[in-house]
Design a protein around this ligand. Structure first.
Ligand code: MG
Length: 164
């Protein structure tokens, strides 16, 4: 069996009044939401880049350019499902994904299970193969000041032995 690890990182600026969608879950109580060309789902973007990295298939910006009007307001879970399909087509199976969300608000913990379920559905894996953790910026940096939200993701892929 071949194994590949991939990491993804995404950060978006937050602006008051914008919707905040993370892992396909709308946080109605969020004081601000990500500025983005798509729906700004930072969690979906970070996982997608981790998958693409593990499979050596480029990155999200190359596949879905934010200059392309086709992706204006795009549902990032749809983009993530597309990425997962490309990774499967390349012969890889997702073992697990582990995410860390870094922000002051909204509170992630109460909705972490819902986020994991929605991301897992897009990825085509059981919900318990996706882990959502959260931490705060302790007042430091753009996340700590509530100016940005950042997500880090790590994925593990397995594939059949190539025989070479
Ligand atoms: Mg992004």
């Amino acid at each position: 069996m071949r194994l590949r690890i991939g990491q993804g990182w995404d950060r978006h600026r937050l602006e008051p009044g914008l919707p905040c969608i993370l892992g396909g879950v709308l946080f109605e109580d969020a004081p601000a939401g990500p500025v983005a060309h798509s729906d700004g789902d930072v969690a979906a973007h970070a996982v997608a880049d981790a998958l693409l990295g593990a499979a050596s298939l480029g990155d999200l910006g190359r596949l879905f350019p934010d200059t392309d009007p086709a992706y204006a307001g795009a549902d990032s879970l749809t983009l993530l499902a597309d990425v997962a399909a490309r990774v499967r087509a390349a012969g890889w199976r997702l073992v697990n994904a582990d995410l860390t969300v870094i922000c002051e608000a909204p509170r992630i913990a109460p909705r972490a299970a819902a986020m994991a379920a929605r991301l897992a559905a897009a990825l085509g894996v059981p919900a318990d193969d996706v882990s959502i953790k959260a931490t705060r910026g302790e007042g430091l940096g753009p996340e700590g000041r509530g100016e940005a939200i950042t997500v880090q993701a790590v994925v593990l892929l397995s594939g059949e032995e190539s025989g070479s």
